[in-house]
Design a protein around this ligand. Structure first.
Ligand code: FEO
Ligand code: CA
Ligand code: CA
Ligand code: CA
Length: 679
């Protein structure tokens, strides 16, 4: 850790009003530059993006649905430079696609197939990750089309497995008969930025892409793999699934091309029971955290199996302290899932931050250690429960799912966490760590299945939002942000104290049951999702940790488009206890929770996005003077691509448009006076 002088805790901008306009709005004195859009070429040989559905070769263009993102400073010699404020590599996820806009008149045969090969290839390549060089020249940011660092990682990019599951029988496929390699990554949501200058990309809603036809369970049972059926049930890969976008229905022109068949997880009774002749095991190759070295375009990304398998939202490292084992915090984004941390087996050595074989450093910290899941107690304390084979219920004697190895525990992280009695949360999304205090924050975006009978201290609200007409209207409709402080302020702790930093709510809703944090018109929000701490410093070297909160909001979009807020939060326990009564569907229950102090002027709306978007990835230059933000899926609700419901980014700043199709994009925000963003 660095010695820091904490600056005066005050935000320095005027709050942006809620808005339904088709533009990115920022405070006065700030400017928005659109930097890197869907379809932008990543090589000089790639034609400009026509944006009419005819474009191809997305393996050399920006993908769709920009999400988690990190800015990595780049030195003149192409190495990591933590003080490079004008040249860097942006690494960002492309979580999903707005499929209608990718083809001239929308997708072909999307309801039942067969899908055309060219359309499916385009859709596949629009997923994954971008590495793109960006530079600031005379104050203006742009991306470098011909940079040798530019790279697209797609669901077709070769990867290797590391950690305890590498080589396990469950990873064997027709592509990787020894279970050590795989192809690609998909539905990459949030991210992680490692102190040794690598990027973690996290596989979230991967399960939806797999086809699993009726009869699969019987074939697996007959093959002696009946445990796999319980595993697939727990991860939502139910029989009868067609698979998102029906890629498995493609008949490729080259019959040996397995790019499409791999999305069919149905086991064939006539093929080898060990899974080496089909793709029955392909779903087990997904649900992992993947490490990428952005400075080496030829490096093979590594799937880090020690971090468990789930709907990984993100993976952020806690404070690193020399000689102390570092922690990595993760959410599993589905209703009533859990919060996890991985504690490395290896104590931190500061010299590793400047090692040149960065993925080898990842091997050191991310391949062996202990995965824990969180239990939140009613008294404001909590435990980290170890997911270790042979301990507690994680043995062959566990009735719901008998475990046979640590690899089995990791592949079936959710089943192991169930057995340990972890606390089901209101959809854990991003995690972020306050770099000064070490406190960990996690967004709980919303939960329409939270009933009044099942509220608890850490998930204390179940109600009907009286205003909203869309999204999660009941349960925990507006979400909250929980935070915890490790016992002894150490990443190695196995217990913690917690409270709820803030509850999302419309500012005009009942302060006794919904607007518990007393939000006002300058800071009311719903469905927190993206979360990140910056540590900007003023010219005298004082730093102020600023937490950025992004929304993905079905429950407030009839009032405002999604937004970004800035916060200078306090600490766990600063607001005391609060009694909350929930009434829903005729059931009433009262719980006592822990709540942060009313944010007031320490939480303020900084940005509102264009129509039908979600605000996703966020990162900044080291000096805090350029803030990169991703705008995901503007205009996603259009039924007809030729009648778009948003024209952003063409509409930015109120510019006249002529019906252009919207594009997900990275923007960069600067201050007209060159100052630090937010302060
Ligand atoms: Fe991809 Fe949980 O948002
Ligand atoms: Ca998210
Ligand atoms: Ca979300
Ligand atoms: Ca999304």
């Amino acid at each position: 850790t660095v010695a820091v002088t904490v600056g005066a805790p005050a935000l320095g901008f005027t709050a942006v009003a809620k808005s339904l306009a088709d533009t990115v709005a920022v405070p006065s004195g700030y400017a928005v530059t659109v930097l890197y859009r869907l379809g932008d070429p990543l090589a000089a040989s790639v034609p400009a993006f026509a944006n009419d559905g005819t474009d191809t070769n997305f393996a050399q263009r920006a993908g769709d649905h920009h999400d988690g993102m990190t800015y990595f400073g780049l030195s003149a010699t192409g190495t990591p430079d933590a003080s490079a404020n004008g040249r860097g590599l942006l690494v960002l996820n492309h979580e999903n696609i707005s499929i209608r806009y990718l083809h001239p008149n929308g997708p072909t045969n999307l309801s039942s197939g067969p899908r055309p090969e060219a359309e499916a290839l385009k859709e596949i390549e629009c997923h994954g990750v971008s590495v793109v060089e960006v530079t600031q020249t005379n104050g203006s940011w742009s991306y470098v089309v011909q940079s040798s660092f530019n790279r697209r990682i797609t669901p077709n990019t070769p990867m290797s497995f590391s950690g305890p599951v590498r080589g396990n029988a469950v990873l064997r496929t027709r592509y990787s008969t020894d279970g050590t390699t795989g192809r690609g990554t998909i539905n990459n949501c949030a991210n992680g930025t490692m102190p040794w200058h690598t990027y973690l990309t996290c596989e979230e809603n991967w399960a939806g892409y797999f086809r699993r036809l009726a009869g699969d369970a019987t074939v697996r049972t007959n093959a002696g793999n009946s445990k796999q059926n319980e595993s697939m049930r727990r991860y939502g890969i139910t029989e009868g699934r067609t698979g998102n976008y029906l890629w498995a229905t493609v008949s490729p022109s080259d019959a040996s091309n397995i790019t499409y068949a791999r999305w069919n997880a149905t086991a064939s009774a006539s093929l080898a029971a060990d899974g080496t002749a089909d793709f029955r095991n392909e779903p087990f190759q997904y649900g992992w955290v993947v490490e990428i070295d952005p400075y080496n375009p030829n490096s093979v990304p590594r799937k880090r199996t020690a971090l468990g398998r789930m709907n990984h939202e993100g993976c952020q490292v806690g404070r690193t302290v020399a000689g102390v084992r570092p922690a990595f915090y993760m959410g599993d984004d589905a209703q009533n899932e859990y919060i996890y941390k991985f504690v490395s087996a290896t104590p931190w050595a500061a010299a590793d931050a400047s090692a040149t074989d960065r993925l080898a450093v990842g091997d050191k910290y991310l391949d062996s250690g202990t995965l824990y899941v969180a239990r939140f107690n009613a008294d404001g304390t909590g435990q980290w429960l170890p997911l270790v084979y042979g301990q507690g219920p994680l043995t062959g004697a566990n009735a719901a799912y008998p475990f046979d190895s640590q690899a089995d525990v990791l592949v079936n992280t959710r089943l192991a966490a169930d057995a340990l009695g972890a606390t089901p949360m209101d959809r854990p999304e991003w995690t972020a760590v306050n770099p000064v205090t070490g406190e960990m924050y996690c967004t709980l975006t919303n939960n329409s299945s939270r009933t009044a009978a099942r509220v608890d201290a850490a998930n204390p609200r179940a109600y009907t939002d009286p205003k909203t007409t869309s999204g999660a209207t009941t349960g925990n409709a507006n979400g909250h942000i929980i935070r915890l402080r490790e016992t002894g302020d150490t990443s190695e702790a196995t217990s913690f104290a917690w409270d709820i930093y803030a509850f999302g709510a419309g500012s005009d809703l009942d302060p006794a049951t919904i607007n518990l944090s007393g939000l006002d018109a300058s800071n009311d929000f719903s469905s927190p999702d993206g979360l990140w701490f910056g540590l900007p410093s003023n010219p005298s070297g004082q730093v102020t940790p600023v937490m950025w909160i992004e929304t993905d909001d079905g429950a407030y979009t009839d009032v405002t488009n999604c937004m970004l807020l800035a916060a200078i939060p306090g600490s766990v326990g600063d607001g005391g206890t609060r009694t909350v009564t929930s009434t829903l569907s005729g059931t009433t229950k009262t719980v006592t929770t822990r709540i942060g102090k009313t944010p007031g002027a320490t939480l303020r709306r900084f940005l509102v996005g264009p129509k039908e978007c979600e605000i996703t990835g966020i990162h900044s230059t080291p000096d805090g003077r350029s803030l990169f933000v991703n705008i995901q899926h503007p205009g996603e609700d259009a039924a007809n691509p030729n009648q778009p419901t948003s024209n952003w980014p063409y509409s930015q700043g109120g510019a006249a448009t002529s019906g252009q199709r919207p594009r997900s994009a990275t923007i960069v925000i600067t201050r007209n006076d060159g100052g630090v963003i937010g302060l």
